[in-house]
Write a protein that binds this ligand. Structure first.
Ligand code: ATP
Ligand code: MG
Length: 285
């Protein structure tokens, strides 16, 4: 049987959210003797666990059909695989950082300096845009300690909160690129595999559509129904059902979580009662 092979990180910062996404998409893995390659129950995919460095190339050469990997790694490896979808998690940025006591004059500061990084390709490309020549010192881990031990003048590394920089007495001075997890695919998938990928994408999109959305149910006085409906656009339009009490109707709709408190406050002012907020797991629009 034809299966779509998905390469994912075996452990690390991408692992948890990748596994959660697959699980929410209905991909439950069979436990097997082999730990690097697991098949799924009831869906024609198998999951190959790799180091994230190896994912772009594995997808490009067809060892895996698709992969979930950080944009930083995808761009750095320059592998010939196509980007199918931004997944919106593992967000971080690749930044240049220098010792915190240095005065930063702008990108020229880096001229003739030594920069430690795991992303020489991306960094060289970035520096050349500004005609800055620097010496790159390529190391694969613990880049942030390089300036402290005299191995480099500066670093170019992944940052999310910036606390690692601070604790190494470094400051972020320029963002080289933003990154998030991507779904990438081999350029020459068979028609059958393309079809499985289509189903997988549909499931991912249904999960993303539900993110940050809540289902709201409330009783509204008819006299304010029009204003209440305006607050609740819903997917198409809200559902209105009559109540035994003539002056009232029940209203059901979908709201975005970020506007939640604002909307609830206005609903209360308009006399809405019995407001129920229910989580949405998936949304097919
Ligand atoms: P592997 O052993 O698989 O090679 P790794 O040590 O290279 O793992 P991780 O540190 O697990 O990689 O990070 C994996 C990816 O997670 C990064 O390439 C990046 O896309 C993303 N990421 C998100 N936030 C951060 C962060 N604060 N620091 C580093 N990477 C992050
Ligand atoms: Mg890695």
């Amino acid at each position: 049987m034809n299966m779509l092979r998905i390469a994912v990180q075996s452990k690390g910062r991408l692992y948890d959210e990748t596994m959660l996404l697959l699980e929410e998409a209905g991909i439950k893995l069979n436990r097997g003797k082999r730990i690097l390659l697991l098949s799924a129950k009831g869906f024609p995919v198998e999951v190959l666990f790799l180091r994230d460095d190896d994912i772009p190339q594995s997808v490009a050469n067809g060892v895996a059909d698709v992969g979930i990997v950080g944009e930083n790694e995808y761009v750095e490896k320059g592998a010939e695989a196509r980007m199918v979808k931004r997944l919106g998690f593992s967000k971080c940025r690749l930044s240049l950082a220098i010792p915190k006591d240095e005065t930063y004059s702008g990108i020229e500061w880096f001229k003739g300096k030594t920069i430690a990084t795991s992303y020489p390709g991306i960094l060289l490309n970035y520096l050349s845009q500004y005609h800055v020549k620097a010496e790159l010192h390529v190391i694969s881990g613990s880049v942030e300690i390089a300036p402290g031990i005299g191995l480099a003048d500066a670093i170019c590394d992944l940052v999310s909160s910036g606390s690692t920089l601070t604790s190494n007495r470094l400051k972020e001075v320029a963002v080289v690129m933003q990154s998030e997890a991507l779904l990438i695919a081999n350029n020459a998938l068979s028609e059958e595999k393309q079809e499985i990928l289509g189903e997988l994408l549909f499931r991912f999109e249904s999960i993303q559509a539900a993110e940050g959305k809540k289902y709201v149910l409330l009783n509204a006085p008819k006299e304010h129904l029009k204003e209440i409906i305006e607050l609740l656009p819903g997917v198409k339009s809200p559902t209105i059902t009559p109540l035994a009490n003539d002056g009232w109707v029940s209203v059901q709709s979908v709201i975005a979580e970020k506007h939640f408190w604002e909307i609830i406050g206005k609903l209360k002012q308009l006399g809405a009662q019995g407001i129920l907020i229910i989580p949405i797991e998936k949304m097919i629009v």
